[in-house]
Design a protein around this ligand. Structure first.
Ligand SMILES: Cc1ncc(COP(=O)(O)O)c(C=O)c1O
Length: 284
């Protein structure tokens, strides 16, 4: 008998009407990227984590990368991560060009051992490395919060910023405080099999700091604030297609191609300069 680790089909069957209704609303409002549903989720998730700001992003790895960039981490820097985590924790550091410093785990909790963190920082101080330690990413592995009091205290003494990797710990708390509210920023994954799984890829950065939140929001995507992202303009118009940009012939299959206009289309070179259309300056 096979017992799946996570049975998403069964989970879906248990809440099918709510899920179908929610997805159908997103489709009928063409709110596919960002928009009011993401905004509403961001507000509720920020409050769930006990912080002021939440920024929805593509996935947990993007969340970590954007959090690191918001702190200005780059190729000159070093970031401490637990040796025992999913690869995305260190991968996000590598993506910024910074170097990963692996910190061994506490054999009891399997989370970052604060004593080993301090050992590494002391050793680097003594060796005066070219790179400087800018941040530490404690991971709340399997939903068990890292030893945040000790890590925060060490980080303060050595001038490190703290990013919680809470990708596996939605809803966990540490000494009465929700994870996500403990460091400078915290990152979540909504990968479908996670404690809070999306129907697709998803992630979020949460923080109490308005300036850091702005940096993550600005870097996430150049969205105009508050706009529903629908190329269809709120559902009234089908997406525009630039004429002549379909060498693969897929336009034939699209119900949105204006075939009459296509038939009348002349190559631009054949149109006298004075009669050429102006670039509408759209977003396609
Ligand atoms: C501890 C940890 N950090 C980061 C991630 C990355 O999240 P995502 O898969 O959404 O990119 C995961 C995902 O499994 C994770 O377990």
């Amino acid at each position: 008998m096979q017992i799946p680790l996570v049975d998403l089909k069964r989970q879906y069957q248990a809440i099918k009407p709510q899920i179908d209704e929610a997805i159908s609303k997103v489709i009928s409002d063409t709110a596919f990227v960002g928009g009011k549903y993401v905004r509403s989720f961001e507000e509720r998730f920020a409050s769930f984590c006990g912080v002021k700001h939440c920024i929805g992003v593509g996935n947990g790895t993007d969340a970590l990368y954007l959090a690191l960039k918001a702190l200005g981490v780059g190729p000159e820097d070093e970031v401490a991560v637990p040796a025992n985590s999913f690869i995305a924790t260190s991968e996000a550091v590598t993506m910024t060009g910074a170097r990963v410093a692996f910190v061994d785990m506490d054999p009891e909790t399997h989370n970052m051992d604060p004593n080993r963190l301090e050992d590494i920082l002391k050793e680097r101080d003594a060796r005066t490395s070219r790179r400087c330690f800018k941040a530490v990413i404690p991971v709340h592995l399997y939903g068990r919060p890292a030893d945040m009091d000790s890590i925060l205290e060490i980080a303060r003494r050595y001038g490190l910023r703290v990013i919680e990797d809470a990708a596996q710990a939605h809803g966990a708390s540490y000494k009465g405080r929700p994870v996500g509210s403990l460091g400078d920023l915290a990152c979540f994954s909504f990968y479908p099999g996670k404690n809070l799984g999306a129907y697709g890829d998803g992630g979020a950065v949460v923080t109490e700091d308005a300036e850091l939140a702005k940096r993550v929001r600005d870097a996430r995507r150049p969205w105009p604030a508050g706009e529903v992202q629908s190329r269809g303009g709120g559902g009234e118009q089908p997406p525009r297609r630039a004429p002549g940009c379909d060498p693969g012939g897929q336009a034939e299959a699209s119900p949105f191609v204006d075939r009459e206009a296509e038939a009348k289309r002349r190559p631009l070179q054949a149109v006298p300069p004075g009669e050429r259309p102006q670039d509408p300056g759209g977003d396609e």
